[in-house]
Design a protein around this ligand. Structure first.
Ligand code: ZN
Length: 394
């Protein structure tokens, strides 16, 4: 399909978009929604009626217009329906509840050990999110307001490859006991609400795209932390490919011969050369006393020459792989998130490598930037996943 075949001028008016327009104040009536979304008034009316009957929209001011023709004002009821979100990492999980426009209601971080296996890790997190949703109006515990809240679904991010369609984890690195585990199935039985599972880089891409670049159609979001992954937005939507592995650059080879052994069993993978885990391992091998990525970051901030050289090399390696991605895909933005995005020497090398290795046309207006959303970007993406799939299946 060529670009010209794509439905470029299709109106942007899915149910979620209508909710967002009302929540943001961009539209307060059906007429506003029709004008702003480009949908026909009858389609808007149908969707608004469905949202009202679901309890996702209310009509403020209805019944007070005696004698007048004031249009009924639409509003998103606060504190009624929420979605739950879990962004699972190797040693901690960010969990939260968000409203149906994707705004965080409550969030907190819990310690986990991914190597404890899926049942031990996921069970308590699901219980915690459900408890959080049930008591989420906390300001008035037990008050009338709190009884109306309902959990519509849970979005869950896994730090490894997830087969789209089944929600199974397939061939993860550093996640003993998880290979082949049907995460979606386990969660649905345990949680009693719809659960949508995806990998953590895709969640970061969804969250960051929605928060920073909602109008950009083509974007690549790289999550560079303990591991390295990426999520791809194409035509304004998350691109997962046939099985869900699109964007997973962790095991692309950057060192041709006898590079470091990767957790996948190959040598010279990007993850074995440029991830946070690789930096920790390489510095230890050089005799530096580093425990974790935090201590590596501290060394780099202090200008340690060995750590800085490694960070630069990691940036070049990530840049080499991203140069292929940029030449192939021609995105408008490449945004780097995760802990390593805070590493200035790494980012500078990555940027330089991209300009060196990409076609001038591909980099002419390319934005290369940091993901600046903060620690909730993953749960924001998880919420989008649920809102897209459960609340707005159209
Ligand atoms: Zn590998």
């Amino acid at each position: 399909m060529t670009i010209d075949d794509a439905p470029r001028d299709a109106p942007r008016g899915g149910t979620r978009e209508l909710l967002r327009l009302v929540a943001s104040g961009a539209a307060v009536s059906r007429a506003d929604l029709a004008r702003v979304s480009g949908l026909s008034p009858s389609t808007v009316s149908q969707r608004v009626e469905a949202l009202i009957s679901e309890g996702l929209l209310t009509e403020a001011g209805a019944g007070k217009s005696r004698g007048g023709r004031r249009p009924r004002q639409l509003a998103v009821p606060t504190g009624r329906a929420v979605v739950g979100a879990i962004d699972l990492g190797a040693h901690h999980a960010r969990i939260g509840t968000l409203d149906l426009t994707g705004q965080v209601v409550e969030a907190r971080t819990l310690p986990v050990q991914i190597e404890d296996g899926p049942e031990v890790v996921l069970g308590p997190l699901l219980d915690e999110v459900q408890a959080m949703a049930a008591g989420a109006d906390g300001a008035v515990p037990g008050g009338a307001e709190s009884r109306g809240r309902s959990l519509r679904g849970i979005g869950l991010g896994i730090p490894g490859p997830v087969q789209h369609g089944t929600g199974r984890v397939v061939g993860p690195s550093r996640m003993p006991g998880w290979n082949g585990f049907d995460v979606a199935d386990f969660c649905r039985l345990r949680a009693d609400v719809p659960v949508v599972v995806d990998n953590d880089a895709n969640l970061m891409a969804l969250g960051a795209h929605h928060a920073i670049h909602p109008d950009l159609e083509h974007a690549v979001y790289v999550k560079a932390g303990t591991g390295i992954g990426a999520g791809v937005i194409s035509g304004g939507r998350l691109h997962r490919g046939a099985q869900g592995s699109a964007g997973d650059i962790s095991h692309c080879r950057v060192v041709a011969e006898s590079g470091p052994l990767c957790s996948c069993g190959n040598t010279g993978c990007l993850e074995a050369v440029a991830s946070g885990a690789a930096l920790v391992a390489a510095l230890r091998e050089q005799g530096l006393p580093v425990d974790d990525l935090t201590s590596v970051m501290r060394l780099i901030e202090d200008g340690d020459p060995q750590a800085t050289a490694l960070a630069r090399r990691a940036g070049r390696s990530i840049g080499e792989i991203l140069a292929v991605v940029v030449n192939f895909f021609n995105p408008q933005v490449v945004a780097i998130g995760g802990r390593l995005a805070e590493c200035e020497p790494l980012l500078a090398s990555l940027r330089g490598t991209l300009y060196e290795r990409c076609l001038p046309l591909a980099t002419e207006s390319l934005l290369i930037e940091r993901v600046t959303v903060g620690p909730d970007v993953g749960i924001m993406g998880a919420a989008q996943l649920v809102i897209d799939r459960v609340v707005d299946p159209s």
